[in-house]
Design a protein around this ligand. Structure first.
Ligand code: SF4
Length: 247
């Protein structure tokens, strides 16, 4: 290194020291001087992660919004989105809201709902440990069967809910629910009593709708036999109910 090089190096060093001193006074290096560990929080932040299923269900509900996607919207009072455990292993899907559900915004709250509660209880479960929804989320006038265009508009939200919840077994209550979930038009009598594959590994058991059982109580025995198959399938999957099922 000659004298010129030494002079250049000395000027560079001096300039660098001056620049560092200026940045230090300006606080530019203050952040890098702090510990890198995140500061402790005593309160959850607004953006704190929430459980996956909960976030997805909430997103689905938000996307549904004040839905006007089909002709059931103008006559409904409340959208009946569905309720229950957000990661339920057991899910029930009915046809559509009735008058009580439309008024309250919850699925299966009328007479048929009371019977569904008894069915779930006999299986050893409770309503808040399973998830309950319908093929359409708005009441069809005079409780008629949902029409194809209504199902086409609404069931993508049901499928999204099922994906978010991830149930191992789905009980389809009645022909419309079974046909919608299985993509068939077969009568419920030919579908019930055996498992069908839904998707993502979920097993689907069609059975009679509680409203039908109120009119045809002699079908309760067949329904209970279907539900016993559900209990056995859950047991096979290593899933035991919160309390022993009825024998
Ligand atoms: S039934 Fe479903 S698609 Fe039709 S308006 Fe209601 S929420 Fe929307």
């Amino acid at each position: 290194m000659n004298d010129d090089d030494r002079g250049d190096l000395a000027r560079l060093t001096s300039d660098l020291r001056a620049a560092v001193a200026w940045h230090a006074r300006a606080g530019a290096f203050a952040a890098s001087a702090r510990p890198t560990a995140a500061p402790e929080r005593t309160e959850p932040a607004d953006d704190a992660p929430i459980p996956l299923g909960r976030r997805i269900l909430a997103d689905i509900r938000a996307e549904l919004g004040d839905c006007q996607r089909c002709k059931l919207a103008p006559t409904r009072n409340k959208i009946v989105f569905g309720n229950g455990a957000e990661h339920a292993v057991l899910m029930f899907v009915g046809e559509g809201p009735g008058a009580d559900e439309d008024r309250l915004g919850d699925p299966f709250v009328g007479k048929a709902g009371e019977l569904l509660d008894k069915m779930i209880d006999a299986m050893g479960w409770s309503r808040d440990a399973v998830y309950v929804a319908n093929t359409v989320k708005c009441r069809p006038p005079q409780n008629r069967t949902p029409e194809a265009d209504e199902l086409a508009a609404c069931t993508p939200f049901l499928h999204a809910q099922i994906d978010a919840i991830g149930p191992r077994v789905i009980v389809a209550l009645g022909k419309p629910a079974a046909n919608t979930l299985l993509g068939t038009n077969a009568p419920i009598s030919s579908l019930r009593g055996r498992f069908h594959d839904y998707r993502n590994g979920a097993r689907l058991m069609p059975t009679f709708h509680p409203a039908y059982l109120l009119r045809e109580p002699d079908k309760k025995r067949d329904t209970w036999n279907d539900l016993k198959l559900v209990i056995a399938e859950l047991e096979r999957l290593g899933i035991t109910p919160p309390k022993p099922p009825r024998a």
